[in-house]
Design a protein around this ligand. Structure first.
Ligand SMILES: *[C@@H]1O[C@H](CO)[C@@H](O)[C@H](O)[C@H]1NC(C)=O
Ligand SMILES: *[C@@H]1O[C@H](CO)[C@@H](O)[C@H](O)[C@H]1NC(C)=O
Ligand SMILES: *[C@@H]1O[C@H](CO)[C@@H](O)[C@H](O)[C@H]1NC(C)=O
Ligand SMILES: *[C@@H]1O[C@H](CO)[C@@H](O)[C@H](O)[C@H]1NC(C)=O
Ligand SMILES: *[C@@H]1O[C@H](CO)[C@@H](O)[C@H](O)[C@H]1NC(C)=O
Ligand SMILES: *[C@@H]1O[C@H](CO)[C@@H](O)[C@H](O)[C@H]1NC(C)=O
Ligand SMILES: *[C@@H]1O[C@H](CO)[C@@H](O)[C@H](O)[C@H]1NC(C)=O
Ligand SMILES: *[C@@H]1O[C@H](CO)[C@@H](O)[C@H](O)[C@H]1NC(C)=O
Ligand SMILES: *[C@@H]1O[C@H](CO)[C@@H](O)[C@H](O)[C@H]1NC(C)=O
Length: 844
């Protein structure tokens, strides 16, 4: 991937206004051919080049015009997709004289160009304040769509994407904003703004499962996205067959659960709309074909015709069903029931009666709220067991599923908030299929990293860049390893922390302590090298961290760790006993933490799981350690890698924070953040830090919040073997927590042993820690304070139930006393295969 730095910078500066002439005819509708000044006819419609000047359309800046060099397959829109407008800075399209209702369609065709890889694009789209798309990466969206179709058994392979939205514009202006992610870019190939003169939607819609009760939706204030539009029982309908509104209708068969559960019927008869107001609802051709139940001749009619759709969780959906009776000349011949997501949406449904006759085009809308843990929508039509009618056959002509915005948002950002994926090499393929957001975020990081490299390279023409990528390394570790060692030596003995780095061990002493670094004594492995359990001559158990001489990363972390630990002493931070720098070795000696990592006492090992009270106590200990880090030192220290494998437990289960290899000194007084390359661990990483590259203590708070959820749910923070919406713990747990039902997914070991109030409170703290914006997250001191309260609540509860169910610390301790070895979380836990966590990633 290449990024042309200077061009990038230049483009950031240009803000020019261009005026575009609006297409004639087509009412107030405007079709734009983006990234060009040429007007073309495509699909029977006229598309105006968006850089042709004059008119009611304004661009806030010119962006960059590109011509796409490749186009495979003969698609309807080929001529339209030969150009695109690319933006590296936010770009607004403003349409004036826009009062009314509109379909907004955005066309995306992934292009390739010398300077930009479309795989690296990521952007947000908003229209009149409603967020339509977020973290949007076109190739990944297309990939997902094709994978979904493949999953359904189809084999179409889309190479482009059209997103359709519907709005009511009350003022005079429709403003469509494109905002690239920091350091990334975005593009658009064509924009349709299609005026809808007739009312397409009414506010009052029947709620599924509520016995005909209706909901008032205030649709004029909400955004609507078309998720699916199917011509049931018929063939696909192209945009130019629905000329006034340009809608596209897919065939339905691939969405059917059992394709042969229905058979299609067709008519050539003239069909009319049941209501004179409905002429725009759907083209009449939709009603000429339908699907009915296939085995109506069989006595046993106990089955449904079922369609299944993938939808984004946590949104309201309006389901529009189109009906037209094509066979029967009287009522009571065909009576059925409609189910949506296994709930009754309508019963005793007789199209003939509803529509007022045969060949009458009729539609009915239903509202269903898809909860946060569900990502499918089922539509089923089947016999109504209560209707004593002659005919119990079902029929459907068309189907549309619309997503309704919540709080001004239509974008499904869930998948955005689990950064990390692609870096973990083994599972690339899996991850690609998992989600746009994940992948694009990593790519953003990669591009940002490259830009940073590029800039750095320009600024200080470092000579030795062969071995070390420039940029991340502390100044004193630049250049050669020899220099680095010298400086390490200096920091151990010299100016930095003369008396506090502890005892200097000889290599012989450490070899004796570890049986010459015997593999069986390894208790941890990291990017820096290995950690051994050892016993020094006075009988003290120690943990010995030996840098891998090949590891440049280890060198940096070593240095940081020494720097940090030499400044810090705290009951809840793992302390350093000494070091060894003989014979090119870099070895640090720490106090031994007999009970290993917190993670191993929650899941993924054979150790007995900690009780709820112990878990709270451990979290309090870790919080104290972090609180000290954040507030104790001069400028505060940001740990940057808070996770359950960096919280260690001593023989009394006292928690201590470990691993300061990534830590950073906090911002000085006059700054609010430290700008830095993104480092951390998958699943724990603060998305805001990832987006903005600005590190504050609030990133630790986020990671700590993930730890809190992990402690409750006892599962890996990233587990790709789970269904897509459960892969990321933070996302999944937050969805349950927002519904105030975290207890549903609590570690089964805790069932019945915790005070519900303590869990509620605990979960609230975790939720606050995971606030989207750092500034909304509490400080560690506040977290600590609340956790202490949680502990009190749990202790009171334990007393109230007579200590029957409680596991006191001493009891659990007794269980552990005889245990010899400490678990090896990073290297050998059995769930490695499915568990990407807690691998750390670094320089992109
Ligand atoms: C369109 O752009 C091309 C190349 O940039 C230019 O040669 C041509 O004159 C432009 N046409 C109009 C109508 O502006
Ligand atoms: C685009 O419009 C939004 C909302 O009016 C505004 O905040 C933003 O500054 C505009 N961006 C540009 C580049 O003009
Ligand atoms: C441009 O906007 C004005 C009102 O602002 C409207 O009268 C005019 O018809 C619009 N032009 C087109 C071509 O839509
Ligand atoms: C984008 O990524 C896909 C798969 O990840 C790859 O096949 C394709 O070649 C990439 N496109 C470009 C322009 O690099
Ligand atoms: C799949 O593609 C092949 C050829 O590419 C075609 O013959 C076949 O009809 C397609 N099947 C479906 C279900 O679309
Ligand atoms: C449909 O309507 C047209 C005119 O409205 C008429 O000429 C035609 O005969 C009708 N077709 C049928 C099958 O009724
Ligand atoms: C059609 O629309 C008019 C005006 O909007 C309204 O008065 C009338 O009730 C509507 N008719 C039906 C059948 O909905
Ligand atoms: C509906 O029921 C089917 C089984 O008939 C089940 O697989 C599916 O998950 C259910 N859907 C919802 C949304 O509950
Ligand atoms: C049809 O679907 C509904 C809703 O999911 C379900 O309750 C019913 O049992 C199904 N009928 C048959 C015969 O499967």
């Amino acid at each position: 991937m290449k990024i042309n730095g200077s061009r990038l910078c230049l483009n950031l500066l240009i803000v020019v206004s261009l005026y575009v002439r609006i297409g004639e005819g087509q009412g107030n509708s405007i079709l734009l051919n983006c990234g060009t000044n040429s007007t073309i006819n495509v699909g029977g419609r006229r598309w105006v080049g968006d850089s042709a000047t004059g008119g009611n359309v304004t661009l806030s800046s010119s962006g960059i015009e590109v011509s796409t060099s490749t186009f495979d397959g003969d698609q309807t829109y080929t001529p339209l997709y030969k150009t695109a407008r690319v933006f590296v800075d936010s770009l607004n399209y403003t349409f004036r004289g826009a009062q009314g209702s509109y379909f907004l369609r955005l066309h995306f065709y992934p292009f390739s160009s010398e300077n930009r890889n479309v795989n690296d694009s990521s952007f947000v789209v908003q229209a009149n304040g409603i967020k339509l798309l977020s973290g949007f990466n076109v190739p990944d969206e297309i990939l997902q769509k094709n994978l979904y179709i493949a999953k359904l058994g189809g084999n179409s392979s889309f190479s482009y994407l059209v997103k359709e939205f519907f709005f009511t514009v009350s003022g005079d202006v429709l403003m469509v904003e494109f905002i690239p992610a920091k350091g990334s870019f975005g593009f658009v190939n064509a924009i349709e703004i299609v005026n809808v003169e007739n009312k397409l939607f009414v506010d009052s819609v029947s709620k599924v499962g509520s016995n005909g009760e209706t909901s008032v939706l205030s649709l004029s204030k909400r955004g609507i996205e078309t998720m699916y539009r199917l011509n049931v029982g018929g063939s696909p309908i192209k945009a130019d067959e629905d000329l006034s509104l340009g809608r596209v209708w897919e065939a339905d068969s691939s969405y059917m659960l059992t394709a042969n559960a229905g058979s299609d019927i067709h008519t050539r008869a003239n069909i009319t709309y049941a209501s004179a107001n409905d002429t725009s609802i759907a083209p009449l051709v939709v009603y000429r074909s339908a699907r009915t139940m296939s085995n109506t001749q069989v006595m046993e009619k106990r089955f449904n015709m079922s369609w299944k759709f993938e939808v984004d969780p946590d949104f309201d959906y309006m389901i529009r069903l189109h009906f037209c009776e094509l066979s029967f000349d009287k009522a009571n011949e065909r009576i059925f029931r409609i189910y949506i997501n296994n709930k009754t949406a309508a019963d005793n449904f007789d199209i003939f009666k509803q529509a007022g006759g045969k060949y009458k085009a009729y539609h009915q809308d239903f509202l269903d709220m898809v909860p946060s843990v569900v990502n499918t929508l089922w539509i089923q039509l089947g016999p109504d067991p209560t209707a004593g009618a002659v005919g119990t056959d079902a029929l459907l002509n068309g189907l549309e599923i619309f997503k309704l915005s919540r709080n001004g948002n239509l974008a499904y950002v869930g998948k955005l908030e689990n950064p990390g994926a692609r870096k973990t090499s083994k599972s690339v393929i899996l991850w690609v299929s998992i989600g746009a957001g994940i992948a694009s975020i990593v790519i953003i990081a990669a591009s940002i990293a490259l830009i940073t490299c590029f800039c750095q390279k320009r600024r200080n023409k470092e000579t030795d860049t062969k071995k070390h990528p420039p940029g991340w390394r502390p100044l004193f570790l630049l250049n050669s390893t020899a220099n680095a060692k010298a400086s390490l030596h200096q920091s151990l003995h010299g100016s930095m922390a003369p008396n506090r780095t502890g005892r200097r061990f000889t290599l012989a002493e450490l070899k004796a302590a570890t049986n010459s670094f015997e593999d069986s004594l390894i208790i941890g492995v990291g990017g820096f090298g290995k950690v051994y359990k050892g016993e020094i001559e006075d009988g003290t158990l120690v943990a010995i961290k030996r840098a891998n001489p090949q590891s440049q990363q280890g060198l940096t972390e070593f240095e940081t760790e020494i720097e940090m630990l030499s400044k810090l002493r705290h009951k809840h931070l793992v302390s350093m006993i000494g070091f060894c720098d003989e014979q090119d070795e870099m070895i640090l000696v720490y106090e031994y933490m007999a009970n290993g990592t917190l993670r191993s006492h929650i899941f993924g090992s054979n150790l007995p799981p900690l009780s709820w009270k112990q878990r709270i106590e451990v979290c309090i200990g870790a919080a104290r350690g972090l609180h000290y880090l954040h507030t104790g030192a001069d400028r505060g220290i940001i740990h940057r890698d808070v996770k359950t494998t960096n919280i260690l437990l001593d023989e009394n289960f006292v928690a201590k924070m470990a691993d300061f290899g990534l830590s950073k000194t906090g911002p000085s007084l006059e700054h609010t953040h430290v700008s830095t390359a993104v480092k951390g661990s998958f699943g724990y990483l603060d998305p805001e830090y990832f987006r903005r590259q600005q590190l504050t203590e609030k990133s630790d708070i986020y990671s700590f919040g993930v730890v809190l959820f992990e402690v409750v749910c006892a599962r890996a923070v990233i587990n790709p073997s789970l269904p897509r919406d459960q892969i990321n713990l933070a996302e999944w747990a937050m969805r349950w927590q927002r519904q105030r039902s975290l207890e549903t997914i609590i570690d089964p070991h805790l069932k019945g042993t915790y005070s519900p109030e303590s869990l509620t409170k605990f979960a609230e703290i975790a939720e606050k820690c995971l606030a989207d914006e750092g500034k909304s997250r509490p400080a560690m001191g506040e977290v600590l304070w609340h956790l202490e309260y949680v502990l009190q609540v749990q202790e009171a509860w334990l007393r109230s139930i007579n200590g029957e169910n409680s596991f006191s610390s001493s009891q659990v301790l007794a269980d552990h006393e005889s245990r010899e070895e400490v678990d090896v979380p990073e290297a050998t836990t059995s769930d490695r295969g499915t568990d990407l966590d807690p691998k750390r990633f670094e320089d992109a």
